[in-house]
Write a new protein. Sequence first.
Length: 189
Amino acid sequence: MSLFRFRPAILLVALPMLLLSACSQVDLIHQKPVSELNIKAQNLLQQGNVDGALSRLEAAHDLAPNEPTTLFNLAVVNQMKGNDDEAIRLFEQLLAMPGQDAGKIEYNLGIAYESQGDHLLAQKKPDEALLAYKHALDAYQVVAGRPNPPAKLKDSIDFLQDKIAHPEKLNELTGLDDNAASTSQVDPQ
């Protein structure tokens, strides 16, 4: 009779272990298709088919939403397509994951923010562009403090620091004069 009383307790202890085991088996089942989809996406990119690559990566993401390689590739392809907000969101999601190459992610995050700033500038939104450039500069400066930063990083940092130090130049680049520019100015510091 005492054995019967302990069975539910054993089941409560064993059930979470069984569920964890089942979850890892599901991950293993999806690992091969996800890897194959990433490889197909890379091949499509090499052929210049960005849309095809994006669809393969989205399929891989549906199978394994937190798989780092897929997230990184999806962020890069979104950036290539001009989807800066989505690229930034994915790079930031990757940064929050333990064990990732933060330097590589920060560098690409900086590129995405810089691209976002360029797009905002083209849309005649200098204040928003300035904010994006500040985020890019922050990301680049993190990378610059790491060993072996990319060679062109210093040029990018200098370029962004100049834009941030002289926000009036952004108005000139957009064709906006001081009267037509928005009244809210982002503090360059």
